[in-house]
Design a protein around this ligand. Structure first.
Ligand SMILES: *[C@@H]1O[C@H](CO)[C@@H](O)[C@H](O)[C@H]1NC(C)=O
Ligand SMILES: *[C@@H]1O[C@H](CO)[C@@H](O)[C@H](O)[C@H]1NC(C)=O
Ligand SMILES: *[C@@H]1O[C@H](CO)[C@@H](O)[C@H](O)[C@H]1NC(C)=O
Ligand SMILES: *[C@@H]1O[C@H](CO)[C@@H](O)[C@H](O)[C@H]1NC(C)=O
Ligand SMILES: *[C@@H]1O[C@H](CO)[C@@H](O)[C@H](O)[C@H]1NC(C)=O
Ligand SMILES: *[C@@H]1O[C@H](CO)[C@@H](O)[C@H](O)[C@H]1NC(C)=O
Length: 363
């Protein structure tokens, strides 16, 4: 990835950061009946893996160095993308992890995301336990049936409530990096070529999204695969360069995802369901997105080479706002702020397809 030093783009980036810092001031007034359910992997996890037996944990310093309550299980230095989206939605608290969500706050939403998780149940298991997409959906159904319906008093009220909730899903990266491209642990690449494996993922993902729809979801923001071939971890295997094979996999997945989203929007048009893609590739490559960052190819914290995660209690870089990557895989708070704002409030059609997330919520 080329380093772009254009002052205008730096200006854009700083402006976005400043906007992100004051997001709550501009947030929509629709807030009181907003609700937000989060599904995915480590990029969204905020503590679900803390009590699991796994290497995929982020609940020790320097994780959380810029987060008010420190290391919570977020795989970054500060806020995650869902944290920023919560601010944009006008919540004054972050959405709690399923592992510890209790009480009235559950009506605002629950975060089911789990580090190392994938669309396929076996993905990521070489690191230990995780909560796969299937298990996250099962947890969501438990929340709906066990808690939300009880609080709201009827199935009808629950249906009406769920229609207004944003369902944010960011999953699929691990099915490649912690499954297909780990032939020493997984059979998938011995059985399937990349096209076949991608088709398998998309058909499984299609069933999962239809299950969430069946459970009452109507508004979906789906994050596609962005930079998995260009993370510091990927580069460390290829003399500092991006790994073309992984980039190819991501773009193959993204092409199929676009077709799937068109299909879902058409299949469910009668109940005004809306599915939109947040285009990570575009946000990662375009100048008003990540291309303005000074350091694109290195992590801010010192990492353990076998896991790509930060060395425990290591001292991170000082200039964290200049880095895209916090550790070997995960983006910094500064990058997350830009990502969330690009997803939520994009006017550039490259960033969201077929429309931005603020439109998704007002429809
Ligand atoms: C994968 O295999 C299928 C069926 O044999 C074939 O049509 C397709 O071109 C192959 N794809 C790749 C990327 O090799
Ligand atoms: C990142 O890119 C810069 C400039 O091209 C180079 O000097 C540096 O060695 C690279 N760092 C890593 C970790 O590859
Ligand atoms: C995502 O962005 C890339 C690069 O700008 C573009 O080629 C691709 O068509 C976009 N995908 C969607 C679904 O809009
Ligand atoms: C979203 O964009 C509109 C138009 O550019 C702007 O007026 C508004 O302040 C933005 N909202 C946020 C939360 O940045
Ligand atoms: C988001 O999309 C809506 C509908 O397409 C559009 O009116 C709005 O201007 C977009 N946001 C920005 C900041 O452009
Ligand atoms: C959208 O992406 C394409 C291809 O990446 C690029 O040529 C075009 O300028 C982008 N459009 C905008 C409005 O940034």
């Amino acid at each position: 990835m080329e380093i772009i030093n254009n002052k205008l783009y730096m200006f854009w980036k700083l402006l976005l950061l400043a906007m992100a810092a004051t997001i709550h001031v501009y947030a929509h007034a629709q807030t009181n009946d907003s609700c937000f359910f989060i599904f995915g992997d480590s990029s969204s996890d905020n503590g679900n893996n803390n009590a699991l037996f796994t290497l995929a944990k982020y609940n020790y310093p320097p994780y959380g160095v810029d987060f008010p309550s420190g290391a919570t299980g977020r795989a970054t230095n500060g806020r995650t993308v869902p944290d920023f989206i919560s601010e944009l939605l006008g919540f004054n608290v972050y959405i709690p992890p399923y592992a510890s969500a209790r009480g009235q706050d559950i009506l605002k939403g629950v975060n089911y995301a789990s580090g190392a998780a994938g669309i396929l149940p076996e993905t990521g298991k070489q690191m230990g336990a995780d909560i796969s997409m299937d298990a996250q959906i099962a947890n969501h159904v438990t929340t709906i049936v066990g808690t939300i319906t009880a609080k709201l008093g009827s199935v009808e009220a629950t249906k009406k409530y769920l229609k207004n909730c944003l369902h944010y899903v960011n999953i699929g990266s691990n099915d490649y990096i912690n499954n297909y491209f780990m032939p020493q642990y997984y059979l998938s690449s011995h059985i399937y070529n990349l096209t076949q494996f991608t088709d398998l993922l998309i058909s499984k993902f299609s069933r999962q999204l239809r299950e969430l729809h069946l459970a009452g979801g109507r508004k979906f923001g789906l994050v596609n695969l962005g930079f998995i071939g260009c993370t510091p971890n990927a580069r460390s295997t290829n003399n500092g360069e991006c790994v073309q094979e992984i980039k190819t996999a991501a773009s193959m997945f993204n092409e199929r995802l676009k077709v799937l989203v068109d299909q879902l929007n058409s299949d469910f048009s009668n109940d005004s369901s809306v599915f939109t893609i947040v285009n990570s590739t575009a946000i990662f490559t375009l100048n008003s997105g990540f291309a303005g960052f000074k350091v694109q190819n290195a992590s801010c914290c010192k990492t353990v080479s076998s896991t790509g995660l930060c060395v425990k209690n290591g001292t991170p870089c000082e200039n964290r706002n200049e880095y895209i990557f916090w550790d070997g895989f995960h983006t910094t708070e500064a990058a997350n702020a830009i990502f969330a704002l690009s997803a939520y409030n994009a006017s550039n059609p490259n960033y969201t397809y077929p429309f931005n997330m603020s439109r998704l919520l007002s429809s």
